[in-house]
Each structure stands twice: as structure tokens, then as C-alpha cells.
Design a protein. Structure first.
Ligand SMILES: [Mn+2]
Length: 319
């Protein structure tokens, strides 16, 4: 298994009330990645953490790191704070699509495998705010145009229920899959963020299987939360069995992309926080690999629920 991190979390972060950690340059963030056991993958936020492909590629090489993904940000610029890909003004949407295209150019130039986009600001805060039908139509158009550009760099869409809008348009894995089906481009996938999936009242393992069975590719962000908000906690700190089940099915489907950490240290020591996340993620991957996969699949085929619950108690919880 391969682990990486969204390096934006290796610098200063903030919420409405507090600021956490201290500002870091991209070089300093990459140096921190090398201090985390088992991490060598980088998801970089475009265009805010990179310079030219040549310079950024050289920096990655200097630290011996690999590209997990390019994360294109279409929410930070002032005009996109209220939304980007679904907005009524065409020029606002066009500039958001152009940014995704630039991210694809950058990904190709540095050799990153794909671009992921989480359209967090596209949604609404109050009722009677947006024209839902038009917003949906615009999302299909804009994501379609971005997906069709440079098809050798696939575009992954990351759904989330809430934040920065109170209700994001792409509010569940199923909605993201419907969007991709409407877009109809093959070179697309879903970024399954464990915490986003939980916040959408989903079971992440079931949604991973649903993505694959619908014919799309999947890329996994690891973290945890209390299901009410996207707290970006250490993996398995609240949903251990969900983590094991996600890893079990990731193995069943031959998942071989990075497990990219989308977790925020906030009040915890930066390197300790990510080392604990790395420990549990590697440990759970190993635990899932030691399970009797053929036996479990047979018990499911036989609908032997009692034997499956006994397996969970004995082999996973070890009680
Ligand atoms: Mn994520």
C-alpha cells in the first residue's frame, strides 16, 4: 500500500475561531512529508502550492517524493467563494473550467497521475437561493468540458455534503456518480473521502464498491470524523470497523493508488499526528489482508450472518 498526504495540512490552517500550526513553504511541507513513516505521496493544491512544473518537479525529486494527485482549487479566488462550476454567470464558470484545464496541463508536465477537484463552494446556504435545475445543468457542462480536455489526465470529482456551502450540490457519492454518468466521459473518477462519505450518511466501503461496479475509477482520501462535520481526524479514531471494511474491499477491488491523508493536525503535534495516522492505516491494511477473504465472501454468499459477526469479533476486534 502507498500513503501520501494533502500537503496543505502541513502548514497553517484556520477555522472561524482559531489558527493552527504555522505557515510553511512548499519546500518545508515536502521536507515534513519525509519525516512521516511510510509516507512518500504528495497531493498538492494547484495553483497555490506550486511554481513552474520544472521547479516543482525538481523539488519533489530532491525529497524523493511521488505524485499522488494534483488537487485543483476552484473556491479560493474571490469570485469563486460563492461557487464556481455551477454559477449563473458564464464567465465565472468558464474561468473555473480554465483553472481545471491548467491543473491538467501541470499534472501532465510533472507526471502526476490525475487531477482531483472538490467543488466545495458550489451549493447553497438558504432555500430559494439558486435555480437547482440550471445549477445541475451547468455542473454537467463544466465538469464535462474539463473532463474532455487532456483525456490522458483523468479528472476525479470529490463529493461532500456540507462546507463551504451549507449544502453542496455534489452532496454524496451517488450524486457524484450520477454527475459522471451525465457527463459521459470515461476518463473520470470519484475521490472517496472517508469523512465526507460518513458525513453524507454513507458507508464508505459500500460506496467504494458502488463506484467500481458503476464503471468508474476511485481514489481514496483517509481521515475520520463524528459524522456531523468534516473534522479531518486521524483515521479509525472513531470508525475503526468502517476503516477495516473499507480496506478489505479496497483490497478485493485491487486498489493500487495512494491512500492520501486528508487530515488536519489542528491542536496536535504535526509529525506525531501523521505518524499515528500512518500507523493505523498501515496496520488496518495489514489486518484486512490477513482476513480469510475467500471464507468471508463464501459466508456472505451463504448469508451466514452469525459466522460473519463471529469473524468480526475474533479476527478484527480480537475479543
Ligand atoms: Mn478529501
Amino acid at each position: 500500500m502507498k500513503q501520501g498526504v494533502i500537503i496543505g495540512f502541513l502548514g497553517k490552517t484556520q477555522d472561524r475561531f482559531s489558527e493552527y500550526q504555522s505557515p510553511k513553504t512548499t519546500r518545508e511541507k515536502l521536507e515534513t512529508v519525509t519525516k512521516i513513516d511510510g509516507f512518500d505521496g504528495v497531493e498538492m493544491v494547484f495553483p497555490y502550492e506550486n511554481t513552474t512544473p520544472e521547479e516543482t518537479g525538481a523539488l519533489m525529486k530532491e525529497y524523493g517524493l511521488n505524485w499522488a494527485a494534483i488537487n485543483v482549487n476552484v473556491k479560493k479566488e474571490a469570485e469563486w467563494v460563492p461557487g464556481a462550476l455551477s454559477r449563473a454567470p458564464k464567465d465565472v464558470r468558464d474561468r473555473a473550467v480554465a483553472m481545471i484545464k491548467k491543473a491538467k496541463d501541470f499534472a501532465k508536465a510533472v507526471g502526476a497521475p490525475h487531477v482531483t477537484c472538490c467543488p466545495l463552494s458550489d451549493g447553497y446556504d438558504v432555500l430559494f437561493q439558486v435555480d437547482y435545475g440550471k445549477a445541475w445543468k451547468y455542473m454537467i457542462e463544466t465538469v464535462g468540458e474539463a473532463a474532455d480536455y487532456l483525456p490522458e489526465i483523468p479528472l476525479f470529482i470529490e463529493p461532500k455534503y456540507s462546507e463551504t456551502r451549507v449544502h453542496c450540490h455534489i452532496d454524496s457519492t451517488s450524486k457524484a456518480l450520477l454527475l459522471l454518468k451525465e457527463v459521459g466521459a470515461k476518463n473520470t473518477g470519484i475521490t472517496l473521502d472517508m469523512g465526507h462519505s460518513l458525513q453524507s450518511s454513507e458507508n464508505p466501503a459500500q460506496m467504494l464498491c458502488t463506484i467500481y461496479e458503476t464503471g468508474y475509477d476511485a481514489y481514496i482520501h483517509t481521515n475520520d470524523n463524528d459524522t456531523k462535520a468534516d473534522w479531518d481526524l486521524i483515521g479509525a479514531s472513531r470508525h475503526f470497523l468502517h476503516y477495516v471494511e473499507l480496506m478489505f474491499w479496497a483490497r478485493e477491488y485491487g486498489y493500487n493508488k495512494y491512500f492520501t491523508t486528508d487530515a488536519s493536525p489542528r491542536i496536535f503535534d504535526m509529525v506525531d499526528f501523521f505518524n499515528r495516522h500512518s500507523d493505523i492505516t498501515r496496520g488496518v491494511w495489514k489486518l484486512a489482508g490477513n482476513l480469510d477473504r475467500k471464507g468471508i465472501r463464501q459466508l456472505m454468499a451463504d448469508e451466514n450472518y452469525d459466522a460473519l459477526m463471529k469473524m468480526v469479533n475474533a479476527e478484527i476486534y480480537r475479543i
